[in-house]
Ligand binder design. Structure first.
Ligand code: ADP
Length: 307
C-alpha cells in the first residue's frame, strides 16, 4: 500500500565548473536530494512532495519546473514576491572542491511563515522528512512553527524523520545549534545522523553515544552513517551494524548521506525492516558516489540494486 512522503527544506541553484570559465546550472539541496532518491526508489503508489518557498523570478519558475519534471510534487510550495532562490557555487582548485553560498535572503528562509499551509501539507502526509539545515535557515519563530507542527505529526503517529546535518556556519552560535538540533530530534521518530559530524560538534566518543543521545531525546530509531565503515541502526532492541558497499573509485561524495537516507526510507516504508533498508541504501549511496553531482539519474540507480 502506498502513501505520501513530504520533504521540507531548501533547494538551491547549483553552479558547477564546466571548463573554460563556463558554469553549469543545476538544482540541489540536502532535503531535495533525499526527496529525489526517495522518489527514484519508491513504487509509483507513493507520492513525494517538496515543501519550500521560492520567489517569483524566472529562476524560481525553472526550479519548480525541474522538480515537477522529476516527478516531485510542488503544490505546497509558497511563492514570495520579490524573493529569489538561494545559490551556491562549486569551486574546483587542484582537485579540491569548496563551496560558496548566496542564501542569506533566499525565499526558502520564509518557508514556515505560512503556518496553515505547513499544517495542511503535513496533515496530508504519512512521512515527513527535514534536516538540521531546514532548521538553520529559519527565524526563531519559523523554527517554533515548524517544530510544533512536527511534534503534532509525531503525536498523531506519523513517521517524522530528521537528519541533523550539522553545519556550524549556518548557525548564530554553537549553543543555538546544539539546542535546536536537540529539539528537532525530540520532534522526530527516526534520526539519521552522520557520525563524523556528531563526533566533531557534539563530542560523541562513539556511535553508541550518538545513538544513546538521540534515543534519550525521544527518537525510537537512530541510523548512524559512518562513511565507508557502514551504518549502525539503534533501536530498543539494540544495535546492528550494516557494512558499506565496496566502491572501486569514489568520484564525488556529494549527496552520499542524502541518497542513503532516500534509499533507506523507500525500502523501510515498504518492508518496515531497517536492516533490509540499510542494505538497500548502502548500494544506492555507493552508486551515487561513483558518479558526479548530487542528483544521479534514477536509471543509473537500478543497476545498484539489481546485482
Ligand atoms: P554524509 O554524506 O552525510 O557525511 P557518510 O559520509 O557517512 O554521510 O556517507 C553516507 C553513506 O554513503 C554511508 O553510510 C555509506 O553507505 C556510503 N559511503 C560514503 N562513503 C563511502 C565510501 N568511501 N565507500 C563506500 N560507501 C560509502
Amino acid at each position: 500500500m502506498g502513501g505520501r512522503f513530504l520533504s521540507i527544506g531548501e533547494c538551491m541553484v547549483e553552479l558547477s565548473q564546466a571548463g573554460n570559465g563556463l558554469l553549469r546550472k543545476g538544482f540541489a539541496g540536502d532535503t531535495f536530494n533525499t526527496a529525489w532518491y526517495a522518489h527514484a526508489c519508491l513504487p509509483s503508489d507513493w507520492s513525494v512532495d517538496y515543501f519550500t518557498a521560492v520567489g517569483d523570478d524566472p529562476m524560481s519558475e525553472e526550479m519548480l519546473a525541474f522538480m515537477a519534471d522529476a516527478g516531485i510534487g510542488t503544490s505546497y510550495v509558497r511563492r514570495i514576491r520579490g524573493r529569489t532562490p538561494g545559490l551556491y557555487l562549486i569551486n574546483l582548485k587542484d582537485g579540491e572542491r569548496t563551496f560558496s553560498y548566496w542564501r542569506d535572503s533566499s525565499a526558502a528562509r520564509q518557508l514556515a511563515v505560512d503556518a496553515d499551509r505547513l499544517r495542511e501539507a503535513i496533515e496530508a502526509s504519512d512521512v515527513i522528512y527535514f534536516s538540521g539545515i531546514t532548521l538553520a535557515i529559519l527565524s526563531h519563530d519559523g523554527v517554533e512553527t515548524l517544530l510544533s507542527e512536527l511534534r503534532r505529526a509525531k503525536a498523531l503517529g506519523k513517521l517524522v524523520v530528521f537528519d541533523p546535518n550539522l553545519r556550524p556556519r549556518l548557525w548564530q552560535s554553537l549553543d543555538t545549534m546544539h539546542a535546536t538540533i536537540s529539539e528537532g530530534a525530540r520532534a522526530s521518530t527516526l534520526v539519521m545522523p552522520s557520525f563524523d559530524d556528531e563526533a566533531a560538534h557534539f563530542g560523541d566518543p562513539s556511535i553508541s553515544a550518538t545513538i544513546r543521545r538521540y534515543r534519550q531525546l525521544g527518537a525510537a530509531m537512530v541510523v548512524v552513517k559512518d562513511g565507508p565503515n557502514g551504518v549502525t541502526i539503534g533501536t530498543a532492541a539494540g544495535e546492528t551494524l550494516v557494512d558499506a558497499e565496496a566502491v572501486q573509485t569514489v568520484v564525488d561524495t556529494t549527496s552520499a548521506g542524502d541518497s542513503f537516507n532516500g534509499g533507506f526510507l523507500a525500502e523501510y516504508l515498504q518492508s518496515k525492516d531497517p536492516i533490509a533498508a540499510a542494505r538497500f541504501a548502502v548500494k544506492i549511496a555507493a552508486r551515487v558516489i561513483s558518479e558526479h553531482g548530487a542528483l544521479v539519474a534514477p536509471e543509473k540507480l537500478v543497476t545498484a540494486t539489481a546485482e
